[in-house]
Ligand binder design. Structure first.
Ligand code: HEM
Length: 369
């Protein structure tokens, strides 16, 4: 099995090298963004908990295997070096704000992302409860959204969302880091954005106007032709092609909301082999192509958050526990870690400070069947 191939069903299958990036679309999800307290103890706790995330998922998920519970954890740029003691994945950096003439993709804080998925909302809830209890005072919640599958995978604008996701061998090819960054092969970059929709304004458009904005028909989801010039649809602006071909990402957006308080939203989540691909999509959406002709979807969708993370391969995540054990045994690593957290703006410095003690090399020899 190569770095890009996935075990059947993906996820934390014993011996698999990826996290659940390729997880199946589920009925429910929780998107939990946390910030980590500025202390070595907090880092130790986080390392301890996330390195055994697989155990926690089993604890809850085994109570109903048909619930297909999974959890994917992403780690943000601010704590990457301190938490892992490893060099940075090549493209990891904080989410960069993109300010268009009319709309802005804001950049908001977040050190950890937990993407909890299941067909049962109670399983998602239970895993989140146990997770936060284990993390305790080492973290604080920045954002927490419970999403639900809406009819035939529709967003709250009424369109089927997720159709063009890559499938089969194209999925790992699009979502997982490969030979271009071998120490991090099997990992993935993930971007999240919480969008709110002024639904009544959207509903004031005719179905045909809505379809022109999205680039697909509403009832039966058929793709419309790309505009050759002028205003482009969301589908066209989010399609990135170059001499290497088309660059896809894997999305698992979820509607969320509260009709009682008039809140209607889409939680965007995109996994990608290359962070630049998602950034390019966002540039085309917010700045427009040509500049000025932004994605009209944004006139009805306001980005309230925007954060980027790296999802390490499962073996690398589990190996973080070795760092926690070293810290408990009094090795000098924790001090290095805390000073890195205090001032690690310089990623090159972080690279030089790393010890390699997590045994990245062992990733390559993890059994993958
Ligand atoms: C309010 C937020 C969003 C909504 C409601 C939304 C909705 C949709 C819908 C309905 C489609 C067409 C069906 C499909 O292929 O999935 C689509 C396609 C797509 N969207 Fe979005 N989207 C949102 C934000 C984003 C963002 C922020 C990105 C990337 C940064 C993105 C990337 C894509 C891509 C790559 C496609 C497929 C394009 C293709 O046909 O190749 N979307 N989206």
């Amino acid at each position: 099995m190569t770095a890009h191939s996935l075990p059947p069903g993906g996820g934390f299958t014993s011996g698999s090298i990826t996290q659940n990036v390729d997880g199946p679309l589920t009925r429910s999800a929780i998107f939990l963004v946390l910030s980590v307290a500025e202390s070595p103890d907090a880092l130790d706790t986080v390392r301890d908990v996330i390195s055994d995330l697989e155990g926690l998922v089993k604890t809850v998920g085994f109570r109903d295997l048909n619930g297909r519970l999974s959890c994917t954890v992403g780690i943000g740029d601010r704590i990457w070096g301190a938490l892992s003691g490893l060099p940075r994945p090549t493209e990891l950096h904080p989410f960069r704000e993109i300010a268009g003439a009319a709309h802005t993709a804001v950049s908001t804080p977040g050190d950890l992302l937990f993407h909890i998925r299941s067909d049962r909302q109670d399983l998602c809830f239970e895993l989140e409860r146990l997770l936060l209890s284990a993390l305790g005072a080492s973290v604080s919640t920045v954002d927490e959204v419970s999403g639900f599958r809406y009819f035939d995978a529709r967003d709250l604008l009424g369109f089927i969302d997720g159709t063009a996701n890559p499938v089969g061998p194209d999925l790992p090819e699009s979502a997982l880091v490969g030979e271009e960054d071998p120490d991090f092969a099997g990992g993935s970059y993930v971007v999240v954005q919480k969008y709110l929709h002024p639904l009544s304004a959207w509903q004031g458009l005719s179905t045909e106007q809505q379809e022109q904005i999205i680039g697909r028909t509403k009832a039966d989801n058929v793709e419309l032709d790309d505009a050759v010039s002028g205003q482009k649809s969301h589908k066209t602006l989010a399609t990135i092609t170059d001499e290497a071909g088309e660059h896809d990402i894997v999305r698992d957006n979820m509607p969320f909301g509260s009709p009682g308080s008039g809140a209607f939203g889409t939680y965007f989540i995109g996994y990608s082999r290359h962070l630049w691909v998602i950034e390019k999509m966002l540039e085309r959406m917010f700045i427009g192509d040509p500049p000025g002709l932004h994605d009209r979807l944004l006139d009805f969708s306001t980005a309230e958050t925007g954060t980027a993370f790296f999802v390490p391969a499962a073996a690398m995540l589990a190996a973080l526990g070795d760092t926690a054990a070293a810290a408990a045994a009094g090795s000098p690593e924790p001090a290095q870690a805390s000073s890195a957290l205090a001032g690690q703006a310089d990623s090159q410095a972080a690279r030089e400070a790393t010890t390699g003690s997590l045994g990245i090399g062992s990733l390559k020899s993890v059994p993958t069947s």
